[in-house]
Write a protein that binds this ligand. Sequence first.
Ligand SMILES: [Zn+2]
Length: 253
Amino acid sequence: MKIRFINCGYCSNIERLVRKKGKIKQIRFPALTVYIEHPKGNILFDTGYSNHFYECVKKFPYNIYGLLTPCTVKEEEYAVNVLKDKKIDFIILSHFHADHISGLRDFPSVPIICSKKEYFHLKDKKNFNALKEGFIPKLLPDDFDNRAKYIEDLNLIENPIKNSVFNKVYDFFEDGKLLIVELPGHSKNTLGLIINDEKKYFLISDAAWVKENYLYGDYPSKITRLVMDDYKEFINTLKKSENFQRKQIMNLK
Ligand SMILES: [Zn+2]
C-alpha cells in the first residue's frame, strides 16, 4: 500500500487546554488527512479543512466555532487540490468535527464510511445543540444519507494482530490490512484506523491531541473535558491506544 500524510490546514488553540502542563500560548493542530492506495481502492481518511469551513462559519451561531477554533488553510492545501490527479473510492470519517469533514463536499458521490452511532447522535442537531458537539451540519453534502455506509454494518472480527488491546476490529477490505477500531471518548464513537502493512501506522484522530497526552499522562485541562463526549472513556481509549502502539511498535498518527 502507498500511504501519504497530508496536512490540510490547521487550527490554533491554547496549549494549556490540551495538556495541563502546557503553556498559555497558541499552538497549531494540523488537520491531518491520510491518503491510502490499496489494490481494492483508494481511501481518504478524513478530509481536513477547505473553503467550505469559511463559508459555514460566516453566520451566527456557527461563527462562534470559527472564533473559538480559528482555522488557517491555503487553497493548495485542500485535500481535493493536493490529490487532484487521484481517484478517491472511499472516504472514512474518524468523526464529524469541522477539521475532519470540511473537505467532504469536494468529493461528490464518493461513498462515506462512518460510525452510525456517531452520525445518528448528531444528524438532527442544529444551532447551539450542534455547536456543543463541534458539529456544523452544512459541511455535510446534501446526499450524505445516501452515500453513508456504517461500520456497524460490517463484520466485527477478531483482530488479526494477536495479543491486541483492541481485540475486535472491522476489517475494511477483508484482507487484514486496514482495520477500523472504535475510539470513543473524544466524540460519541471516534474511529481509528490501523494500517497493518510492512510499515504499521495507527491513525487515532483526536483520541490524543498532542504526544504528551499518551507519552506522559499529561491530560487535557478541566475546561476541555467539558467539550468531550465522555472524559473517562477518553482516558480509557488513550491508555489503550498507547498500550497498543507500544506493544505493536506502531507509528501513532
Ligand atoms: Zn475532534
